[in-house]
Ligand binder design. Structure first.
Ligand SMILES: O=C(CO)COP(=O)(O)O
Ligand SMILES: O=C[C@H](O)COP(=O)(O)O
Ligand SMILES: [Zn+2]
Ligand SMILES: [Zn+2]
Length: 305
């Protein structure tokens, strides 16, 4: 069933578990994510970026919503990293139940003003809003405090930001970053900062760039002919700890992309004569589903639907 993002996330923060927001761009990913959620009895968030909407258009939005509505677990259809008021309005018109406005790269006052504007529009039609404060960047554990402060989310600012904007959940910067290269070894995550933010902000917190980039998946991708450098993701224990401290929404895209592409490569390598796409997209869809299930286990959302 289709519900708002807040409906899913409020319960998650209150009960101390995390809910996955998984990016989708097509039918296979959408089915994989929803099948995993149903099998695990887990709530889930389907995230569509502006890039996804550009790629899949109204066809993708319609498909995602139709499948979300039919699902036997609570599902929110979410705009990921909305860059403008106009982009959010488009998502509202397409029937999304959750939107993100990401003005984190603007100055604080602009971020407040633009986020507030989106909150007013979205709330008027019953849709809940994610905002972002701080810069998503990998950071070394030993960098100076003021350098950390310049990049990562400031707890007191976060409190004021949420009060002034009326946003429903907040994406924080605590050392995670997007993509397959999040730092060397085990990327540093600023849990003490997260703890201070959570003490001042009662709203559900959001972790972007949270993929694990599992070594075995990277190896599998490589073994199938894929090229990838020194990939590194967020350690599962660092995710667990973040959830215990107040993170309720965890975004995962890279892990799904890696799994899907590794399996497509394997499928094509195994049988060069094959040109029925279902033969290699089917197993890739299965692989995405398995990754989603293991994320749900890590987040603690299994059985919460
Ligand atoms: O934050 C994300 C989408 O908004 C995805 O992060 P990853 O690149 O770590 O999967
Ligand atoms: O945070 C970004 C997501 O991984 C979506 O990526 P995208 O903009 O390439 O669709
Ligand atoms: Zn951002
Ligand atoms: Zn993101």
């Amino acid at each position: 069933m289709l519900v708002t993002g807040l409906e899913i996330l409020k319960k998650a923060r209150a009960e101390g578990y995390g809910v996955g927001a998984f990016n989708t761009n097509n039918m296979e990913f959408t089915q994989a994510i929803l099948e995993a959620a149903e099998e695990m009895r887990s709530p889930v968030i389907l995230a569509l970026s502006e890039g996804a909407l550009k790629y899949g258009g109204k066809a993708l939005a319609t498909l995602v919503q139709e499948l979300a509505r039919d699902a036997r677990v609570p599902v929110a259809v979410h705009l990921d990293h909305g860059s403008s008021y106009e982009s959010v309005l488009l998502a509202l018109r397409l029937g999304f139940t959750s939107v993100m406005i990401d003005k984190s790269h603007e100055d604080f006052e602009t971020n407040v003003r633009e986020t507030r504007r989106v909150v007013e529009a979205a709330h008027a039609v019953g849709v809940t809003v994610e905002a972002e404060l701080g810069r998503l960047a990998g950071i070394e554990e030993h960098v100076a405090v003021d350098e950390k402060d310049a990049l990562l989310t400031n707890p007191e600012e976060a409190r004021i930001f949420m009060e002034r904007t009326g946003a429903d959940y907040l994406a924080v910067a605590i050392g995670t970053s997007h993509g397959a290269y999040k730092g060397k070894g085990r990327p540093f995550i600023d849990h003490p900062r997260l703890e201070r933010i959570a003490a001042l902000v009662p709203a559900p917190l959001v972790l972007h760039g949270a993929s694990a980039v599992p070594p075995e998946l990277v190896e599998r991708f490589r073994a199938a002919g894929g090229e990838i450098g020194e990939a590194a993701g967020i350690h599962p224990e660092d995710i667990k700890k973040a959830i215990a401290l107040g993170v309720a929404k965890i975004n995962t895209d890279t892990d799904l992309r890696l799994a899907f592409t590794a399996l497509v490569r394997e499928g094509l390598n195994k049988n060069p004569k094959e040109f029925d796409p279902r033969k290699y997209l089917g197993p890739a869809r299965e692989a995405v589903k398995e990754v989603v299930k293991s994320r749900m286990e890590l987040f603690g959302s299994v059985g919460k639907a």
